[in-house]
Design a protein around this ligand. Sequence first.
Ligand SMILES: [Fe+2]
Length: 381
Amino acid sequence: MATKAPFAFLVRPEEYAATPVPALSEWSSLWAAWDTVTRQMIPDDELLSKPIKLRNACIFYVGHIPTFLAIHLHRATAQGVEGLEEYKGIFERGIDPDVENPELCHDHSEIPDEWPAIKDVLAFQERVRDQVREMYSTRRVDCDGAVARALWLAFEHEAMHLETLLYMLVQSERTQPPNGTVIPDFEAMARESRAMARSNDWFDIPVYNVTLGLDDDEKATRSETYFGWDNEKPSRDVQVAKFSAKARPITNGEYAKYLEELGIETLPVSWTTSATKNGRGSTDGLILANAKRNGTHIKENKGDSFLDGKSVLTVFGVVPLKFAVDWPVMASYDELIGCANWMGGRIPTMEEVKAIYQYVDELKSKELGNKDGKKIPAVNR
Ligand SMILES: [Fe+2]
């Protein structure tokens, strides 16, 4: 309420993918989000650090995004951007866990002895963005299928990296919240969540036929269908057998209980036992100050002893685990399998997740229908 975000995350499909090609305004929104993360949340002296060992240094991603976009626009238009040849060798491809084994992993760009200066990388990024703007101002995007495909591919690529960069940054000790962000009152939120708590029931999901992927003929000169990546094509229909699913994801609280009961000592990487996040301290003081001001404070529960001394990493600093018990847990796939088994279930397959979405969609439509149903007799009377 106090600050206006420079970008918007749309939630309805007809808004976030109204047409196969993003509008220039959607690019502007994505760039604003990207700049917020890369220029405000990563301190300049942290650009060369690697928040997690399986990924590159942060500066790689600042260069990778415009380089990927420029490479695809160059393929579509044969127009290059100054600096592309040099940056292609450094920023074209990221790394994977199997980076050293060419049989398991594609080629990757060589890590240079010295990364280019950030101001040069940002100037290159601006030149590439200018090229995108030109595709719209000359209306080339409307009549050239190759340009349209390149823009969609690069747009989705950037949005995907925005998410992966954030999950890396949340694990870094030096990440900072964007300028002017108000630190949430985590204790009040926990209290509210506790007051509104509902049981996590099982739902029976009936048999569904779901479609995965999409059909996208790359040879078509101008496609009115949506574009897809190689592993999304062609579309395939799958029948999903009936199964039961819990209504919400595994929470930090459920995961904590699982660790405690089984005596597992390895914590997920999204948790920490240190009271402060190096360099910028904990939000603890702030949370307690908020509680004091509001005259409210969650009383220590005797049963919470396992939660004590543990915190969840966030971009605002560490938040005591006891205030985050209702948040979805962030843990590795293998860790979550263990917890799901302990809870009497398993992790759903991709197809089952689609079936859950379909089921929820139908439930919501029915709810809306019921509301309308109640109105119709009144209107008819
Ligand atoms: Fe990438």
